[in-house]
Design a protein around this ligand. Structure first.
Ligand code: ZN
Length: 444
């Protein structure tokens, strides 16, 4: 579709920044005001620039090399080596780490990173040609290789790596892995892009999660070049939380689902990484930018009030009107009874269940209520009323930052990871605000 062509027909510029909760808006604004644009002498194109080292291996300027990094420093047993590819640019610039597969069953990151390391991206004259690059790009297609081999989110000791940062070399197995990652891949990074997908049984439409009150992360989130950005404080022990505590810009990209390979989500991830590198002037060219951005302060989980067989009518990314049916639950053991789960208001289904086996209380949808800006979404949908994310159709265009409509979506009481509402249904139940999201349904 021609998004650029819509520019002329647009009426007044949407300005809704005042809709974010006041305290949060002030915090973001203060942080951004205090933030000095990085003007680092070591990124100066004429600065000294030579070989770099990664895990005792040398990489010369303008070359790339894949190095094996053991996740465990051990003399006995499997050290769990993973491949890390370092593209060391010919000229000075920042160091960026792109991660896939922190959760072993989430395949969007591994697929996107593998594409980025193909000849189509790294050959002479291609987007990631190291001879044309400034700075250093580290790409790690799969962190949790043991989990991937066993099709599991977790490490073999049953722990979630993304709750163990900053790690501990004397701690549990997964804490040791976190410490090793932190030491070799993250601690000296100037920015981190961590690619995830929804957990098992669900799928996410492409979205960015970032702490927008952290200036570097705010800039990085927007540089990725997609429409939906969830302003979310990272969970305790997460990579993102530790990175921000160390003032390293860090974002989480979410797209697709565990055990799924979603081409659109992979495509958006590829373009997002390229956009980030272009924004940082690490590679030539202008970054693509979306027609608008939605900065959301929260979201709601829609839960099944009953258990049974879940029949989803729509998929993640669908633009919903209030009262429209998202899914129906029936139970083959109780023929004749069904319960509808409907959209609680106008909005966007940013995540949806893909597993039809449902128990009462399970998340059916992750919902972003969008009241008066719903028109922005409706201008950019396919025949099934699924929102077409910038970059998903190879349709992205370059536009000035000032041409982007930026709207804030204030979701009352809805944290990305912790809040939920029970879906409106014939079995309506009051919501319970004390409930917190189980770990496997959280982000990242
Ligand atoms: Zn994940």
């Amino acid at each position: 579709m021609d998004m650029a062509g819509k520019k002329g027909s647009r009426k007044t510029k949407v300005r809704v920044a005042h809709e974010l909760p006041k305290r949060r808006r002030n915090a973001i604004q203060e942080a951004m005001n205090a933030h000095k644009l990085e003007d680092r002498s070591d990124w100066d194109r004429s600065a000294e620039w030579g070989n770099t080292r990664f895990y005792r291996k040398i990489i010369k300027p303008g070359t790339m090399r894949t190095v094996s990094l053991p996740l465990l420093e051990t003399n006995l047993g499997d050290p769990w080596p993973i491949p890390v590819t370092i593209l060391h640019g010919a000229r000075p610039g920042p160091t960026i780490t792109v991660l896939g597969g922190v959760h072993g069953d989430e395949l969007t990151g591994p697929s996107a990173c593998t594409h980025l390391l193909s000849n189509a991206f790294t050959d002479l004259g291609k987007p990631l040609d190291p001879t044309q690059m400034a700075g250093t790009l580290r790409i790690v297609p799969i962190i949790n290789l043991p989990g991937y081999r066993s099709k599991s989110r977790y490490f073999p000791d049953g722990r979630d790596l993304n709750r163990q940062f900053p790690g501990d070399f004397k701690g549990s197995t997964t804490r040791r892995v976190a410490a090793q990652m932190w030491k070799h891949l993250l601690d000296d990074a100037d920015a981190i892009v961590d690619i995830h997908s929804a957990g098992r049984g669900r799928s996410n439409m492409p979205q960015i999660r970032a702490d927008l009150a952290h200036p570097g992360s705010n800039i990085l989130a927007k540089a990725f070049g997609i429409e939906i950005i969830l302003d979310s404080k990272p969970p305790s022990g997460s990579l993102r939380k530790t990175a921000i505590a160390n003032d390293i810009p860090s974002i989480t990209y979410e797209g697709g689902g565990a055990n799924l390979l979603d081409h659109e989500s992979v495509n958006v991830a590829l373009q997002g990484v390229i956009n980030v590198l272009k924004s940082l002037r690490m590679i030539p060219g202008n970054p693509n930018r979306p027609r608008f951005r939605m900065l959301a302060s929260g979201s709601h989980w829609l839960r099944a009030g009953e258990g049974g067989l879940l029949d989803m009518f729509v998929s993640s990314g669908s633009v919903m009107r209030e009262g429209e049916v998202i899914a129906t639950i029936s139970d083959p053991a109780n023929p004749g009874l069904t319960v509808d789960i409907v959209a609680p208001e106008d909005g966007l289904l940013i995540g949806a269940a893909t597993n039809p086996f449902t128990a009462a209380g399970m998340a059916v949808g992750h919902f972003l209520p969008i009241s008066r800006h719903i028109g922005l979404l409706r201008d950019q949908i396919d025949g099934n009323r699924r929102f077409l994310v910038c970059g998903s159709q190879n349709d992205a265009v370059w536009r000035e930052e000032t041409e982007i409509d930026e709207v804030a979506i204030d979701v009352q009481g809805g944290g990305v990871d912790s809040e939920w509402v029970v879906s409106k249904s014939t079995q309506h139940q009051p919501s319970d605000d004390t409930f917190s999201e189980p770990e496997e349904e959280n982000e990242a």
